[in-house]
Design a protein around this ligand. Structure first.
Ligand code: HEC
Ligand code: HEC
Length: 505
């Protein structure tokens, strides 16, 4: 899609009402009667003989019932107004757009880099679904794009770094390479390095004589472009997650998420909220997005993506040189793409608003086969194996959600929005806000059954190491170990039913 920048800037984005802060201990958006209804409808079911009311509309009135094909994650919220859809279409163009480096002949695309991981949002979030890892077969491996490496060094001489809030765990940028490895750069500048992966096959014996083979990755960085990297640098591999349902996750009432922390859970499972800094206000707010819940809003993460992944400035992160560090002097001196007639940033606020409207309104598809007897049997096993301790089935979103589409919807995302210790094998050693190097956010499971319909090469978990849904479950360790062990102990038929349930989401 071609974009006329001036036309886009002239259009307006509908006003966004500020959400009221949560009252401690309860929902400030509901009358006592409403609260009663919400509590009743979100209580976990104990009847697995039939589908629950509204269960197939897993994202409430936003749920899309479009034909299932590779475009199924690219549909707008079904309840979006005509005006909203126009803005969504403009945002879609920006999400797909290939940015180019400054100076260029097409000025509207100026500003990529100097360092970057990809040229467009869509290059990583394939068809608005998850990204592709470089490949399990070393002979067919491609350059990493959607799988990126975050970098951190432990706190040392840098104690008291101003970037950190009081209770944030100190993980500091690598002094030369920064917070993320950019494996591409504009012409005339070296890339920071290349990611190398090795996989080791680990067999897991399952009840009933079956064996699964897990692929255990090790990451290395080669061809360093800016001299040595600190020897104690820790690497956090992260694969681009799917983009569906994000506005609804932002609209879950804070007190409902915090209630998950203290909920009385089997297996002694206690989730943790990740409190992070709001870049606009400096306030400490609940983290919800990214693989460790390190970002509070879709807007802030999208602006961070422009900056860290593509080297583009926005009002929230106005540095034109993106993630060039003070040590990367030539990088800091490269030309940028801001045009004074549109504003001081490469991606002005109006464009940023369209990207946010788009990223918060990609619709979750309707459930398939939710009333199938095997799927219902799998759902029962999902509850019995205690997957629901973390993959919390349902919520009713806030009446005060920023956008009308997301208000007061019964949704079924299967996440508690909290982080959990997932054991040694999944640990990356890199903290993020208050999340430790062993903790990851419970990912939402809605739409997970359509992963390969949208991107046939997609895989699961934070670094895409799981080639099947069963492998993803078998990697669960730490707090999720008892649940994972129950899956190992299931009969082959039961395991197949559990996977059928996941595939129906
Ligand atoms: C180089 C690959 C790459 C590019 C380009 C990219 N992303 Fe991402 N995106 C990721 C990864 C990896 C994560 C998870 C990051 C983390 O956990 O720190 C992510 C996370 C997100 C999330 C949070 C999703 C969730 O479930 O919490 C949003 C929103 C997002 N990206 C939006 C965008 C937008 C908008 C753009 C373009 C401006 C973009 N991304 C460009 C790789 C990419
Ligand atoms: C202690 C909390 C916890 C429990 C219990 C738990 N999970 Fe998870 N689950 C997570 C977290 C956290 C991740 C992300 C881990 C990662 O990416 O490294 C995850 C990831 C997944 C994924 C992959 C999602 C994706 O987008 O890649 C699937 C599928 C899944 N879980 C299913 C299950 C099933 C089935 C059960 C029950 C047998 C279960 N989980 C129990 C926390 C939990």
């Amino acid at each position: 899609m071609k974009l006329a920048l001036a036309a886009v800037l002239a259009a307006s984005v509908h006003a966004v009402a500020a959400a009221a802060p949560a009252a401690p201990g309860g929902r400030d958006d509901l009358t006592p009667e409403d609260q009663k209804r919400v509590t009743a409808i979100t209580a976990p079911t104990s009847d697995f003989s039939k589908v629950e009311s509204f269960e197939t509309m897993q994202a409430g009135a936003t749920t899309t019932n479009k034909l299932i094909n590779a475009d199924i994650f690219s549909q707008p919220s079904a309840n979006m107004s005509f005006e909203g859809r126009q803005e969504f279409i403009v945002g879609n163009g920006l999400f797909r757009k290939d940015w180019v480096s400054a100076p260029s002949s097409t000025q509207a695309s100026d500003g990529l880099g100097p360092l970057f991981n990809a040229r467009s949002c869509q290059a990583c979030h394939t068809k608005d679904g998850r990204g592709t890892v470089p490949g399990f077969d070393p002979l067919e491996r491609t350059d990493a794009v959607a799988l990126l490496l975050r970098l951190a060094v432990p706190e040392g001489a840098d104690r008291g770094h101003p970037k950190l809030g009081a209770d944030e765990i100190a993980a500091l940028p690598e002094p030369v390479y920064g917070v993320q490895l950019q494996n591409f750069a504009v012409a005339g500048l070296p890339a920071e390095g290349r990611m190398e992966i090795e996989y080791e096959a680990v067999p897991v014996a399952l009840r009933g004589g079956e064996t699964a083979t897990l692929m255990k990755p090790t990451y290395r960085i080669e061809n360093l472009g800016y001299g040595p990297m600190r020897a104690d640098t820790q690497i956090s591999p992260r694969l681009a997650p799917p983009m569906i349902g994000l506005g609804l996750l932002e609209s879950i009432h804070e007190s409902d998420i915090l209630a998950n922390v203290g909920a009385d859970k089997r297996d002694g499972i206690v989730g943790k909220a990740n409190w992070v800094t709001d870049a606009r206000t400096g306030a400490r707010v609940l983290g919800r997005f990214n693989l460790k819940a390190g970002q509070p809003t879709v807007e802030q993460q999208s602006a961070a993506a422009f900056s860290n992944d593509m080297g583009l400035s926005t009002p929230l992160f106005p540095k034109h040189s993106g993630e060039c560090t003070p040590a990367q002097t030539k990088c800091l001196d490269m030309p940028h793409g801001a045009q004074p007639r549109f504003g001081p940033e490469e991606v002005p606020g109006k464009l940023m608003d369209f990207v946010t409207i788009y990223s918060t309104n990609l619709a979750v598809p309707m459930r398939r086969d939710a009333d199938d007897a095997r799927v219902l049997a799998g759902k029962k096993l999902f509850y019995e194996a205690n997957c629901v301790a973390c993959h919390v089935p349902k919520y009713v979103t806030s009446r005060n959600a920023k956008q009308p589409e997301h208000r007061f919807q019964l949704i079924w995302p299967y996440t508690d929005m909290l982080v959990h210790d997932m054991g040694d094998d999944l640990a990356d050693g890199v903290s993020d806000g208050m999340a430790t190097g062993r903790e990851w956010r419970t990912p939402p499971l809605w739409g997970i059954g359509l992963t390969k319909t949208v991107n046939p090469n997609a895989t699961w978990l934070h670094d895409g190491r799981a080639r099947t849904l069963l492998e993803a479950v078998l990697w669960h360790g730490g707090a999720a170990k008892p649940a994972r062990d129950r899956v190992v102990d299931m009969t082959p038929e039961e395991r197949a039913d559990l996977i059928r349930f996941l595939e129906s989401l």
